[in-house]
Design a protein around this ligand. Structure first.
Ligand code: ASP
Length: 345
């Protein structure tokens, strides 16, 4: 092939989508001593190494890598979340970037995904991806998960869907997805709402679209603005159970939290001392959200909510309710306004 031929081929070939690949760590970037060791591993691999392990990605997209941090996702703090969100926003604002893929530990992946879905306003796809087996394992799931994530980010069908999560050949909306298993590769589920779609043999297929969460968060008046925000308000999660004490509530109040989320029983039902704890918190001006420890379904508003200024979590699990409460508290402490956000996000 002559130089002229080569030039012509390059000109004729439609240019590949440009995807930013942001590494944050997690099992997908971890290695263990032996190939059969599937726990007790360490995050060792930079995002460039993950990319080089999957050369097939170069046929799908042109990739620009960034290393946000490289940690187990249990180490991610609110400050790191804010930093990541700003970097995602900056990246998406670049006209030549078509989408973002973020590699992430699975333990708190749903938290980062939901947080980003509340603060990132872009038509461009943002895809979070992780792995349940370390990069060093036999049948590591990270490489195919990463290829699939890039396929989703490069897919026109993913535009306008907000933040999604891909693992185990499935595409999930950030609003609904949760880690529901400790070790299996099919650890992620959107429960009653189901997955948005699948990826198989390089084909991205969407079967349903999310109707809540992101579409409401895009309006500038309704979205959460990060301008000037250096840290997020402190919000604790407390787990309710039979014979619960009030001391955890007292400790949180003493620690100066601005919000509390209770992983309450059933439809947000409180045991007597949890109820007492939340009433004490309300007296200190702490905004309290009743979520459920059941793992699915919605918590409906109850008469005590308006009496004590509590908020019902709707169908957000406690860890996601915490993030929405933190962002809500940057704008207001008015429980009615916050309840409306919980009902729509
Ligand atoms: N502990 C790991 C993390 O969340 C688990 C994983 O990535 O699967 O970073």
């Amino acid at each position: 092939m002559t130089v002229a031929d080569k030039k012509e081929t390059a000109m004729q070939r439609p240019s590949l989508p440009v995807i930013a690949l942001i590494g944050t760590g997690g099992t997908i970037a971890a290695t263990a001593d032996t190939r059969t060791q599937l726990s007790n591993y360490t995050v060792t691999e930079p995002v460039n190494a993950l990319l080089h392990a999957v050369p097939q990605i170069s046929a799908v997209a042109s990739i620009r890598t960034q290393q946000a941090f490289n940690v187990d996702s249990r180490e991610i703090t609110s400050t790191m979340l804010l930093r990541l969100a700003r970097s995602v926003r900056r990246t998406l604002a670049q006209p030549d970037i078509d989408g973002v893929v973020i590699t992430h530990g699975t333990d708190t992946l749903e938290e980062t995904a939901y947080f980003l879905s509340l603060v990132v306003r872009s038509e461009k796809p943002v895809v979070l991806v992780g792995a349940m087996r370390p990069a060093s394992a036999i049948s590591a799931d990270g490489p195919l998960n990463l290829l699939n994530a890039v396929l989703v980010a490069a897919s026109p069908g993913a535009r306008g869907l907000g933040v999604v999560v891909t693992l185990n050949d499935e595409i999930h909306a950030a609003r609904y997805v949760s880690k529901t298993n400790t070790t299996r590769v099919d650890a992620f589920s959107s429960g009653q709402q189901g997955a948005l779609g699948t990826i198989h043999n390089g084909i991205v297929q969407f079967d349903q679209l999310p109707v809540r969460g992101w579409p409401l968060a895009v309006s500038p008046e309704e979205g959460f603005d990060l301008t000037g925000l250096r840290q997020l308000p402190r919000v604790d999660i407390l787990y309710d159970h039979q014979d619960a004490g009030r001391h955890l509530y007292e400790a949180s109040i003493k620690a100066g939290v601005q919000g509390m989320v209770v992983a309450a029983c059933g439809n947000g039902g409180l045991t007597p001392r949890a109820s007492l704890g939340l009433r004490m918190a309300a007296k200190h001006g702490i905004v309290c959200v009743r979520a459920s420890r059941t793992g699915s379904g919605m918590v409906s508003c109850a008469p005590d909510d308006s009496r004590y200024n509590w908020v019902a979590a709707n169908s957000l699990n406690p860890q996601k309710a915490r993030l929405l409460l933190m962002l809500s508290l940057t704008r207001t402490t008015d429980c009615r306004t916050i309840q409306a956000w919980f009902d729509h996000r």
